[in-house]
Design a binder for this molecule. Structure first.
Ligand SMILES: Cc1ncc(COP(=O)(O)O)c(C=O)c1O
Length: 386
């Protein structure tokens, strides 16, 4: 009766847990939520001011599907300034959150049964979008630690591989791929027809490592890469819904614009205006302050979690705002572990199986230090009694 493809689509586990935690909170329960994938900081003032100005200036009409010339120029400026990448305004497309750009890109590339390689641990939506579009999803697991190596990928590559999805810095692990590691991955793709989606949403939330954009590695990488980025995480603008894609492939860009034009048209006109100062480097100071705060929390939480018997974070996460905690010594059933933790201690974390890794859970530190301290104390009590 209903679409089989949609019946097979999983609900986003992160959104489901966040909703459950909010529901318990609304019932008056003292819930501490570490499930959210959004910064707890408010949007920087310069962004808000630009939005208010756009509203007062009557920016209320449809814009071109990909975005106004002004916002597209700002995206190109950002890519040049931060990543030394030259794109023209015809090669970038804004989306209603990076999620839409991902959906557009996968839709424009994939035919039924094309193989998509997804590097684990992965962000929850990649497999669901790819499967919905008809792809055969193959996961690549790291043979060592939480980062997939070039040789791990090489083993899974086949003549049917159409696309590889890479997320750097990584959600859920917080791991950052170094330039050297990315170069090795780029090398094994040379001579193949494999496209790469490089999801760089957490680019600016890096604490101890230099960020390297996949497309900037070589001419070959530039040609095969569709860079996905946005402002939800780094500019504390999740509700504004601003994402973008950048690609040198004119045909692909055209197909993505056609799809967006038939589905949603342009993204919110006010959001486009608001994004400009964020893309032009005018909120760098705000980002720096958020980063400093995230780093303090990460350092505290990393140490405190590692002191809990039975839990381990194997290496210090260098980016994003997540800790990916190994709880396999206590329970391999991470779904049950997180359910019980929420029921018994009112602490919400996301089971690792949603990200392709059983025996782990993801804890977001995008919440204040007091909550982190109290939450970890409750997790400790929970682990001691289980
Ligand atoms: C790795 C990654 N990519 C993309 C997104 C989508 O971001 P948005 O649609 O808010 O721009 C998220 C959000 O959680 C994410 O974690």
């Amino acid at each position: 009766m209903y679409s089989k493809q949609l019946l097979n689509m999983e609900e986003s586990i992160t959104l489901a847990i966040t909703a459950k935690a909010k529901e318990l909170k609304a019932q008056g329960k003292d819930v501490l939520s570490f499930s959210a994938g959004e910064p707890d900081f408010d949007t920087p003032k310069k962004v808000k001011d630009a939005a208010i100005k756009a509203i007062n200036d009557g920016c209320s009409k449809y814009t071109p599907v990909a975005g106004t010339n002004e916002v597209l120029k700002a995206v190109c400026y950002k890519l040049k300034q931060d990543n030394n990448l030259d794109y023209s305004i015809n090669e970038v497309i804004t989306g209603t959150g990076a999620k839409q750009n991902l959906f557009n890109t996968i839709s424009a590339l994939i035919n039924k049964d094309d193989e998509v390689l997804i590097l684990a641990p992965y962000w929850v939506s990649y497999p669901e979008i790819a499967k919905y579009i008809g792809a055969k999803v193959k996961y690549v697991y790291p043979s060592n630690g939480l980062k997939v190596s070039a040789s791990d990928i090489q083993k899974e590559l086949s003549s049917k591989t159409k696309l590889l999805i890479l997320n750097n810095p990584n959600n859920p692990s917080g791991e950052v791929y170094t330039k050297d590691e990315l170069t090795q991955i780029a090398k094994i793709l040379e001579g193949t027809n494999v496209f790469v989606i490089s999801d760089e949403m957490y680019e600016k939330l890096i604490y101890d490592e230099e960020f390297c954009a996949f497309a900037s590695l070589s001419e070959d990488a530039l040609k095969r890469t569709i860079t996905i980025n946005g402002l939800s995480k780094c500019a504390a603008m999740p509700g504004w819904r601003f994402g973008y894609s950048a690609s040198k492939n004119a045909k692909l860009n055209k197909l993505m614009k056609n799809l967006q034009g038939q589905c949603t048209s342009n993204i919110c006109s006010i959001t486009q205006a608001a994004a400009i100062p964020a893309l032009m480097g005018e909120i760098d100071e705000d980002i720096f302050k958020m980063k400093e705060e995230f780093k303090k929390r990460r350092d505290y939480a990393f140490k405190a979690i590692n002191e809990i018997k039975g839990l381990a974070i194997h290496s210090l996460p260098k980016g994003a705002f997540y800790l990916f905690v190994d709880c396999s010594k206590i329970s391999n059933d991470d779904v049950l572990f997180c359910e019980k933790l929420l029921e018994e201690k009112l602490v919400a974390c996301v089971p690792g199986s949603g990200f392709g890794m059983k025996g782990y859970f993801r804890m977001s530190y995008a919440t204040n230090m007091q909550n982190i301290q109290e939450g970890i104390a409750r997790i400790k009590e929970f682990c001691e009694s289980n």
